[in-house]
Design a protein around this ligand. Structure first.
Ligand SMILES: [Ca+2]
Ligand SMILES: [Ca+2]
Length: 445
């Protein structure tokens, strides 16, 4: 590994700082699950589900390259999100609805309806009404048309920022051959609870069943961002994430406001004038950016990038970014030099290190990026970024304003977090791959 930006280095820290924090709530003595080799972003449920782990006690230091930053010494800083000190024990994720088939996302249409849309990996989108009931007919159903290995299926959904006017929504799925599609669809003109009329905008062949990414979101700039993993297998054997001419292992940025049947690379994309580079690329060097979000207040971007066999990482990109960030995969797994990369990093290689990373042996096996809380019902949490881990159900927060990598552990959800989500009002949700959708509330409130 070579040089890294100094500013980013100062932000890098491991969750080891949690070990001495008084805010750590987990009291379980159950050992952390053994991280499976090449753990997927949304693997099938494991026996580890529901078992809280002991707080992280070891960080990246022992495996970090010689020029990695020193870890920040343990601190006893309280959680400070809003103006008041927050005690994580005062909150819980409360069940809203259950019985979904492998749900992997919850989101909203931004149309004032108050509806939540729950994406089922098997290929359907269900409507969860504000009263907690689930409509019997799916909003959209493509079951039987998507592949179903553990990381495959219907994986992403984003509504047009002008959905109330244009009725457009976008889905990301793997087809029966395992290849990635991003489709543009439309709501029915006569029934707001029925969507369809989909056509593929973007097609990306997948070399292996895993690392498909799958998330979609519109940025504050109005462009559609698409997260694509390195395509699989393990350790990015074809070095795709670093190849700017390959759309795998990237965050893409598209302009979908024009011709219904097409997209354009968004204006200002960092490599659009560079020969041998795909014009859709916004950022690169990602392994499997399963879930990520823009802070709706600031536009800052938080990316949960699932690790290989040792470390999970949270990447950060300020709203002022002009794109072009290299997040280091496969030469680095978080801060660890990945000796199983297809080749050594070239001379002069540099990358943006993670804002936060944690060892799988203490934190879980697949990071799930979440959201900065901007809701109204818990104003003391305004500006607190939430993320978690699929395998352990662990939840952590950090103050978004700085952003400050002083991570605090929250009570475990006790389930396999497949995603976090927001409703239109900015309230925070967590999704259990085993079927439930939960909302963050005050415990006992
Ligand atoms: Ca793949
Ligand atoms: Ca990285």
């Amino acid at each position: 590994m070579k040089t890294q930006p100094l500013l980013a280095l100062t932000l890098s820290v491991t969750l080891a700082i949690l070990a001495c924090s008084p805010a750590v709530v987990s009291t379980s003595t159950a050992p952390p699950p053994t991280a499976a080799a090449d753990t997927p972003a949304s693997p099938p449920p494991t026996p580890a589900a529901g078992t809280a782990t002991t707080p992280p006690t070891a960080g990246a230091a022992t495996d970090a390259p010689p020029d990695a930053p020193a870890t920040v010494p343990p601190t006893a800083a309280p959680v400070t999100g809003g103006p008041e000190t927050v005690d994580p024990a005062d909150y819980t994720f409360q069940l809203v609805a259950e019985g979904f088939a492998d749900p992997v996302l919850v989101t909203h249409a931004g149309d004032g309806s108050g509806r939540l849309f729950v994406v089922e990996k098997v290929g359907s989108i269900r409507i969860l009404r504000p009263d907690g009931t689930v409509l019997p007919d799916p909003f959209y159903d493509m079951t039987g048309q998507v592949s179903q290995d553990s990381e495959q299926g219907l994986l992403g959904l984003a509504f047009s920022p002008r959905y109330a006017e244009d009725g457009a929504f976008f889905i990301n799925y793997t087809d029966l051959n395992g290849d990635t599609h991003v489709d543009r669809c439309h709501v029915s003109g006569s029934d707001p609870n029925q969507g369809g009329d989909c056509a593929t905008l973007l097609f990306v062949p997948q070399p292996a069943w895993n690392h498909n990414g799958g998330h979609l979101a519109f940025g504050p700039d109005g462009y559609l961002y698409i997260g694509l993993g390195d395509g699989g297998d393990s350790n990015d054997p074809d070095d795709r994430a670093q190849n700017l001419n390959d759309r795998l292992g990237k965050l893409l940025r598209l302009d979908v406001s024009g011709d219904e049947a097409a997209y354009s690379p968004a204006p200002g994309n960092p490599f659009s004038d560079q020969g041998g580079a795909a014009a859709e690329v916004w950022a690169y060097g990602l392994r499997n950016p399963w879930r990520w979000s823009f802070d709706r207040a600031t536009g800052d971007l938080y990316i949960g990038d699932v690790g290989q066999n040792a470390f999970e990482e949270l990447d950060y990109q300020p709203a002022s970014s002009a794109g072009g960030e290299n997040y280091g995969w496969p030469y680095l797994e978080a801060l660890r030099v990945n000796t199983e990369a297809p080749r050594a990093a070239p001379d002069g290689f540099s990358s943006v290190p993670p804002l936060v990373n944690y060892a799988q042996e203490v934190g879980g096996c697949s990071i799930v990026g979440g959201y900065v809380y901007r809701g109204r019902s818990l104003p003391e949490l305004n500006g607190v970024y939430f993320f978690g881990d699929y395998c352990t159900g662990n939840v952590w927060t950090l103050p978004a304003a700085t952003p400050d990598p002083a991570v605090t552990q929250w009570p475990s959800t006790g389930f396999n977090i497949s995603s976090f989500g927001e409703d239109e009002a900015g309230e925070l949700y967590a999704v259990d791959l085993n079927g439930g959708v939960y909302r963050l509330v005050r415990a006992g409130g």
